[in-house]
Design a protein around this ligand. Structure first.
Ligand code: 13P
Ligand code: SF4
Length: 349
């Protein structure tokens, strides 16, 4: 086995050998040991855009999670090979919307609402869900364009089915002025609408999914922090619950959070409610600011963390030997409709 130093050297060597033919995008939640080798870092939207623009790379080694690599595969040419360094790097939220459950739900929602409903999906979803959404005229959204895309959707239909993150859906709809009592939950297990009033009053149907990382940020965390230091500014990701977002000072995508911290004055105090690797990186980059995690016991995204230096090196050494392992290929019939949903987003942002 190699020491860290040896692994670092090997990655540098192989990257030099491949030059432009190799491209390594890295999501902001990746570990530093991986991010140091990323050709570009970004949030989900930026990484999707970068993948769509890259025409040179033969191999795209995607340091992120499975749905991001699927998106990269769909937005690149057939000749470009997208690889995920560890197949276990999934997303528990994306797994909460299964295509069979979604089709089953759609049948019932058609009975209830007929032509008045349009599906939207957070990019944190499988390619099959994106294809479903694309087929029925809808689009994908990310945390940095959800508001814009919800407006886009409401310009066409009266109602929206929002998959699979109830929190991003609720937070965004609320910001657009939709009252909480006009939002219902779709329970994919019971295949029922969860709603107290008359179903006809519902405008937004939120799929009952969530992020297991962001649900760890709680109202109690905010109360404790504010009690200790009322001056601290709290910024969270919109995958956090409505209660947490409403008690925070600000909320936005990973890119938005980074931009706010970068622009903050020296000496300012921040508590950040998002994944641990990003929070730790910001703490390291801003010694002049007091930054803490909103949850003192910190929350890593375990699946993002599956991608580490040994897996990255393993992937690159395979490529050096002419071997492609862990290629992500979305079947063409799924791609066709999923790309419709992705393009409707990319054309709007
Ligand atoms: P963004 O990078 O779009 O903010 O998404 C966060 C996330 O949870 C990715 O899985
Ligand atoms: Fe999925 Fe949450 Fe991890 Fe993002 S942070 S990849 S939404 S589990």
């Amino acid at each position: 086995t190699k020491t860290t130093e040896e692994m670092v050297q090997r990655v540098i060597e192989i990257k030099e050998k491949f030059g432009d033919k190799l491209f390594i995008p890295g999501h902001h939640y990746q570990k530093n040991e991986v991010i140091q080798f990323s050709d570009v870092t970004g949030d989900s939207l930026q990484l999707a855009q970068v993948a769509a623009q890259n025409k040179k790379a033969e191999y795209i080694v995607f340091c992120g999670v499975h749905f991001m690599a699927e998106t990269a595969d769909m937005l690149t040419t057939d000749q470009q090979v997208v690889i995920l360094p560890d197949m276990r790097a999934g997303c528990s939220m994306a797994d909460m919307a299964d295509i069979d459950q979604t089709e089953r739900a759609w049948v019932k929602l058609q009975e209830l609402y007929g032509e008045t409903i349009l599906p939207l999906t957070y990019v944190n979803s499988t390619a099959a869900i994106k294809a479903f959404v694309g087929k029925y005229g809808g689009a994908t959204v990310t945390s940095s364009n959800a508001e814009k895309m919800l407006k886009w959707a409401f310009a066409q239909k009266e109602r929206i089915l929002f998959l699979p993150d109830q929190h991003l859906g609720r937070n965004t709809a609320y910001d657009l002025g939709i009252p909480l009592d006009k939002m219902a939950i779709w329970n994919p297990i019971t295949n029922e609408l969860e709603y107290q009033g008359n179903f006809e009053d519902v405008i937004v149907i939120l799929w009952k999914g969530h992020c297991s990382v962001h649900e760890n940020f709680t109202v109690a965390n905010i109360e404790q922090l504010r009690e200790k230091d009322p001056d601290v500014k709290i910024i969270v990701h919109p995958e956090c619950s409505r209660e947490v977002v409403s008690l925070s000072d600000d909320a936005g995508s990973t890119k938005y959070i980074i931009d706010q911290i970068n622009a903050a004055p020296a000496g300012s105090k921040w508590a950040i409610g998002t994944e641990m690797n990003l929070v730790n990186r910001l703490i390291g980059q801003h010694p002049d600011k007091q930054i803490v995690s909103l949850n003192p016991s910190m929350c890593p995204c375990l699946t993002m963390n599956r991608i580490d230096l040994p897996h990255l090196l393993w992937t690159l050494e395979n490529l050096e030997n002419g071997v492609v392992q862990n290629q992500i290929t979305v079947p063409l019939d799924i791609q066709e409709n999923a790309v419709l949903a992705l393009n409707r987003m990319l054309e709007n942002v």
